[in-house]
Write a protein that binds this ligand. Structure first.
Ligand code: MRU
Length: 369
């Protein structure tokens, strides 16, 4: 997607052909900063501190992290160390484990002197495959947006257009390109469907307000930021035609783990007969888990994310300000699980599935056992 007219992916090889470059997402929307990562430690920091974030991008970054590690030390011990350190960075997004397992099973049988090149090649394949999958999710999801627009009698934007609510950031910044939840929106917008997006701000880190609104704006997609608690109200008043969110891990049963607050949106959507869709590439499906509520590990993050907020002051300086009483107690759950009964459909790269093991198995028979 484009930033000020220039096409970007979220991760790429630097011109020296072994380091990687990323967009530091903690600086958006105020500053667009590209950072070069040159070793395993820097990649671990970038994932843990959320310079890169979003399940598919975490997976692609971890794959490149393995390649950078092999650039430094391609021994068996180096491989094991890289796997373990990257694995510890963020617990909920299953794409991390998926990418690490993929690289590990490729590299482990190889002699050490072949590991480096094989790892870089595979990391690029993973990144390219993510772009393909997200583009395909966009094509299938666009049909849903178009159908909702047709059902309303094809109103122009001035007449209200078609309104999609999304939570957190599941756009191109969360993937290598296109996004998961936002890919259908970009594809709809690109063919002239008048789509408007309600963007949940997504406390505590405000990925909606800082990232989703920014990237939609860069692409010219009309959007409005709302506070997280506004979703129920606007659904009650017929202002949302469908919800589309992303996911960090979806159980084989169809239970969907996503950014904290997603479950409440799904409840409100259910209560107001608003279809609730989830966009996901297949590496986000955890075929080993059935009960998402019980078995998906929920990351708890630093309390600073709740006690302070970052913003640009009127003098232009970007600063952190404290917003709670000194010494306040906090609990920072980063994700929640939406049970499959609240999910209208899963938009995958192979089509739209019902949120169930049967539905997913029809699309992905190779994983059905
Ligand atoms: O904590 P983050 O920003 O990595 O979490 C990302 C999300 O939860 C997004 O909502 C997204 O749906 C999953 S990634 C496409």
């Amino acid at each position: 997607m484009k930033v000020k007219g220039t096409p970007y992916r979220t991760i790429w090889l630097s011109e020296n052909a072994w380091a990687i470059e990323i967009i530091d997402q903690t600086k958006l929307p105020h500053d667009f900063v590209v950072i070069r990562l040159q070793n395993l430690s820097e990649v671990c920091t970038a994932i843990r501190d959320m310079w890169v974030r979003g399940a598919p991008l975490i997976g692609a970054t971890a794959a490149y992290g393995m390649a950078l590690a092999m650039h430094g030390d391609a021994s068996d011990a180096g491989l094991e160390n890289a796997y373990d350190r990257l694995y510890e960075t963020r617990p909920t997004a299953v794409n991390l484990r998926w990418a690490l397992d993929d690289l590990n099973s490729l590299l482990e049988p190889l002699p050490a002197d072949q590991r480096r090149n094989a790892a870089y090649k595979r990391a690029l394949e993973i990144a390219d495959a993510d772009v393909e999958m997200c583009s395909s999710i966009g094509d299938y999801g666009k049909e849903l947006i178009e159908a909702a627009w047709f059902k309303k009698g094809k109103p122009s934007l001035e007449q209200g257009g078609v309104n999609v609510l999304t939570h957190c950031n599941a756009g191109w910044l969360a993937t290598v390109d296109w996004g998961t939840a936002l890919a259908p929106i970009y594809k709809a917008h690109n063919v002239g469907i008048p789509v408007h997006v309600w963007v949940d701000e997504t406390r505590p880190r405000n990925q909606g307000a800082s990232l989703t609104a920014w990237e939609l704006g860069q692409h010219g997609v009309p959007n409005t930021i709302i506070v997280d608690n506004a979703g129920g109200h606007i659904m009650q008043h017929g202002m949302v035609d469908l919800c589309i969110v992303g996911t960090d891990r979806t159980a084989a049963s169809g239970d969907v783990c996503n950014k904290i607050g997603t479950y409440l949106k799904a409840l409100a959507a259910h209560d107001n007969d608003v279809p609730f869709y989830v966009g996901l590439p297949s590496p986000t499906i955890d075929w080993t888990i059935d009960d998402g509520v019980k078995d998906i590990p929920i990351e708890q993050r630093d309390t600073m994310e709740i006690t302070a907020m970052t913003g640009r002051a009127s003098n232009g300086e970007v600063m952190d300000v404290s917003i709670v009483p000194d010494g306040a107690k906090t609990a920072n759950y980063a994700f929640d699980v939406t049970p499959r009964r609240l999910v209208t459909g899963l938009i995958t790269e192979r089509g739209v599935s019902e949120a169930s093991r049967e539905g997913l198995s029809k699309l992905f028979p190779e994983f059905s056992n």
